[in-house]
Design a protein around this ligand. Structure first.
Ligand code: ADP
Length: 428
């Protein structure tokens, strides 16, 4: 900064202390060598404004650099390390005293401190106010987010109660109907063939059980109580079992399912087969439910590093971008109650909206994940959806005792085979 003709002694003192001050503050406060050069420029600017404030007697000259520094500590930094510009200024005060003692005479040092301390104090006030305001704004926005989330959970809870009540009511009405028909037949002494009625009742009971089971699963996942029983299995075994299970429904709905063999599908991995099958079942059931009659479902996959990825693609109604994350959240996606028809595989049959949250809970408990890709929701064009399921490919059970047990069982089995072969006289 060009010096004015009317130099006051304090300006001379400032000029004398300046190089040592910049060097010391930079050395002490710049974290890495690469930031030091930039930091020295900042300190030079600070020093110039300090000089300007002292000359004019107006500390507000410091405002631009103080606010720049305060703003550059982002909200996250403020959260982790609050008041870090205040800390910087406090350190600068201490270092100014040190440098003054080393480079100035006693009188010069006293003059300098008398001039700079009020400016530093002002700086501390400005920065503390700014940092406090930023913190308050940050906390308020966090609170707003929490409140919005709570409101959504609240709305979803009441929606869930309506849907669950409706879902439970339908099978109960079914059971009541069959029970009353059976009663009538008994009264009339015509209770010879109750098979059909009993089958109807059983359907209602099965549906009730499955809804109640889903509710229990969700609460176990929520409370992290889901216990996994790790056993070795191939993904292809689970998919074949599911394909058999779905056959009647696929025929009724005139849907075709194409389950491909892929790299990794025949690999033995340690998972909880019942739970992973349940997750796959929920996804395939949805593919059936949200694909119009005559459509296709393709199950494919690939081996990734540490994981086996299974994809379930359908030619159904698709899922809008905004629903693509919501549907995995408990109570996240609940249609209108009147559209829920209590059909597990009927087209757009609806349900309590727990299938995907359960699938996600099961996969995450294994260390895997699930997500969906879809061009959007369109019931005329049917863009389809593709669910991606990542299953960790563990070669050993995470539960060491379980792994040992299977190893021993495996060895026993091998021994038996050898013994049998011995008995049959075959040379092994
Ligand atoms: P439910 O089917 O019981 O409603 P889910 O948790 O299984 O509950 O699915 C949540 C929602 O995700 C469904 O209501 C549906 O809107 C949407 N969804 C899931 N799978 C598909 C799919 N394959 N195609 C279109 N929409 C789907």
């Amino acid at each position: 900064m060009p010096k004015k003709a009317t130099n006051t002694p304090i300006q001379k003192v400032l000029a004398k202390v300046r190089p040592a001050w910049i060097a010391r503050v930079s050395q002490e406060l710049a974290r890495g060598m690469e930031v030091r050069a930039d930091f020295e420029d900042q300190l030079a600017r600070f020093f110039e404004l300090l000089e300007q404030s002292i000359t004019t007697g107006d500390p507000a000259w410091m405002d631009p650099i103080l606010l720049d520094w305060a703003k550059s500590s982002t909200e996250t930094e403020l959260e982790e390390e609050p008041y870090h510009v205040s800390y910087l200024i406090n350190r600068m005060i201490a270092l100014t005293i040190q440098v003054s003692r080393e480079t100035l005479t006693k009188q010069e040092a006293l003059d300098l401190l008398a001039a700079v301390i009020p400016i530093y104090t002002y700086g501390l006030e400005v920065v503390a106010r700014y940092e406090m305001e930023t913190r308050v704004a940050h906390i308020s926005s966090e609170m707003e987010k929490v409140q919005k989330r709570m409101e959504r959970v609240d709305r979803s809870k009441s929606a869930f109660i309506s849907v669950a009540a409706h879902e439970l009511k339908t099978p109960i009405t079914l059971i009541e109907g069959y029970a009353s028909m059976m009663d009538d037949l008994m009264q009339q002494g015509r209770a010879t063939s109750l098979d059909g009625l009993l089958a109807g009742m059983n359907t209602g009971i099965e549906r009730l059980r499955s809804i109640v089971d889903d509710m229990i699963d969700v609460s176990m996942i929520d409370n992290e109580l889901l216990q996994l029983n790790f056993q070795p299995i191939q993904v292809s075994q689970m998919l074949s079992a599911l394909s058999l299970e779905m056959e009647p429904v696929l025929q009724t709905r005139k849907l075709t399912i194409d389950i491909r063999e892929f790299d990794g599908s025949k690999e033995w991995i340690y998972i909880d087969p019942t739970r992973i099958t349940q997750a796959l079942r929920n996804v395939i059931h949805n593919a059936i439910k949200y694909t119009p009659d005559g459509g296709r479902i393709m199950v494919d996959g690939r081996r990734l590093s540490g994981f086996i990825e299974v994809t379930v693609a359908d030619t159904g109604i698709g899922i809008s971008a905004e629903d693509q994350t919501m549907i995995f959240e408990k109570f996240g996606q609940l249609g209108r109650v009147d559209l829920h028809s209590s059909g597990k595989t009927k087209f757009k049959g609806g349900g309590p909206g727990l299938g995907l949250p359960i699938a996600r809970g099961i996969l995450e408990a294994h260390g895997g994940s699930i997500w969906v890709q879809s061009e959007g929701h369109d019931e005329i064009r049917n863009p389809g959806s593709t669910f991606h399921i990542l299953i960790p490919a563990r070669a050993q059970s995470p539960d060491a005792s379980m792994s040992k047990l299977f190893d021993t069982l495996g060895k026993k089995k091998e021994k038996n085979v050898i013994k049998q072969d011995d008995a049959s006289g075959i040379d092994v």
